[in-house]
Design a protein around this ligand. Structure first.
Ligand code: PMP
Length: 405
């Protein structure tokens, strides 16, 4: 059960007012708000615990190193990876995907090769592959989706060729909400020995990831979308692949020994953690994971599904409102347009009522092009949102319709 009153008290910002209205924060797919335990972890570390990790023999350095490595172990358990050596701290999903595109690409991709992504990817899971293809003379191929926002995996077999080097696909769409059948995609890819990267930015916060069960080769997500700070994220990679890949960046911490003749690299995961990592926020990510575990992932899934069903049903009954993304299996994201009212107008009027939604391209221009749109409005939910907030959203959508009549 979700104890909504106490949960909301635990997120200080949810008490804020915007233009004199109580804040209704429905932009969780862009970033989530932070619970007390995350704020306190950062505050306490900077007040009493801060020292650079992995380098010092002194007390604070050792203590910080231990907490950092404990956070890594918490994340390993959270996504059910086999080994901590497979958990790499990065700056976020974008950092993780760029690491793989660059390092895996350097080792395994050459001219004439192919990379498959889907039509519903965030720009973060398109552009790094395009950059790689430009460097190497490779090409990107696309798995399309249908008008309900369901991936056409029936077309995947025809897209796969002996030149396919990797498939990169999102676990859940940040616009359509669709939860993709990534396990099935991975199984198909593995029949051809093709590795799969799963972009989990929108799946992890909703409690649905087990990398061992999926058998994915890479999995990426961002801390800030799962109640942790910005600037920290995770790259999970299978050890046997990470070991064959060159370091992404050079610098401190990622080396074993350095001479001007020859430098050798550190063991995993440090081989991919050059320089001073964002260790304070990595520890705070561990605190966020503890918090989510305490709430209970099953509770989160059940509550958010109820919010999604309620929002879908209520919003559908607003005259002229069209929802984009009607898959059966969705995370709590509802993207929509109100008749021919511009998405920015809808967003700005809602803002004046204290309702924060996202508008614009949502970093998915190819997805929008599918629907021949240049922007949408997106309401995205977290377990601290309420049914009342959905009612207020819908009341205001009705008012906007009247204003534009
Ligand atoms: N992939 C998806 C599906 C996303 O929703 C986002 C963030 N909106 C990203 C990747 C990029 O995440 P970040 O900006 O935290 O690196």
């Amino acid at each position: 059960m979700i104890d909504i009153i106490n949960i909301r008290k635990y997120f200080p910002i949810l008490n804020a007012t915007v233009y004199g209205n109580p804040l209704i924060y429905l932009d969780n797919a862009a970033t989530t708000q932070k619970p007390e335990c995350v704020i306190q972890t950062i505050d306490e570390l900077y007040r009493t615990g801060n020292a650079n990790i992995h380098r010092g023999v002194h007390f604070l350095s050792e203590q910080c190193t231990e907490k950092y490595e404990q956070a890594r172990e918490k994340i390993r358990q959270f996504i059910n990876a086999e080994k901590t050596s497979e958990i790499i701290f990065t700056s976020g999903t974008t950092g993780s995907i760029n690491t793989v595109a660059s390092s895996f690409g350097e080792r395994f991709v050459s001219a004439g090769d192919e990379i498959i992504v889907s039509e519903m990817e965030h720009h973060s899971n398109i552009v790094p592959w395009q950059l790689l293809c430009e460097r190497k003379g490779a090409t990107v191929k696309i798995i399309p989706f249908d008008d309900k926002g369901v991936l056409r995996i029936d077309l995947l077999d025809a897209l796969i060729s002996e030149r396919t080097k990797i498939i990169a696909v999102t676990h859940a769409s940040n616009v359509l909400g669709t939860i993709n059948p990534v396990k099935e995609i991975i199984a198909k890819a593995h029949l051809h020995n093709i590795p799969v990267l799963v972009d989990g930015a929108q799946a992890v916060p909703h409690g649905i990831v087990d990398v061992s069960d999926l058998d994915c080769d890479f999995y990426t997500f961002s801390g800030h979308k799962i109640y942790a700070p910005t600037g920290i994220g995770i790259l999970y990679g299978k050890e046997k692949l990470l070991e064959q890949m060159p370091p992404y960046q050079g610098g401190g911490d990622m080396i074993s020994t350095v001479t001007f003749d020859k430098t050798t690299y550190a063991q995993l995961p440090l081989k991919f953690e050059a320089g001073t990592l964002n260790f304070i926020d990595a520890i705070a990510l561990g605190a966020a994971i503890d918090y989510v575990n305490n709430i209970g992932r099953q509770n989160i899934i059940e509550y958010e599904n109820k919010l999604l069903d309620y929002a879908t049903q209520k919003m559908s009954s607003v005259e002229g409102l069209k929802i984009y993304g009607e898959a059966n299996d969705k995370v709590a994201i509802v993207s929509f347009l109100l008749k021919d009212i511009h998405h920015l107008d809808t967003g700005m009027i809602l803002d004046k009522k204290g309702i924060a939604v996202r508008t614009g391209t949502l970093c998915t221009e190819p997805l929008l092009a599918h629907f021949d749109k240049t922007g949408m409005v997106r309401a995205s939910f977290a377990f601290y949102n309420t049914f009342d907030e959905i009612d207020i959203l819908c009341e205001n959508l009705e008012k906007i319709l009247l204003m534009f009549k």
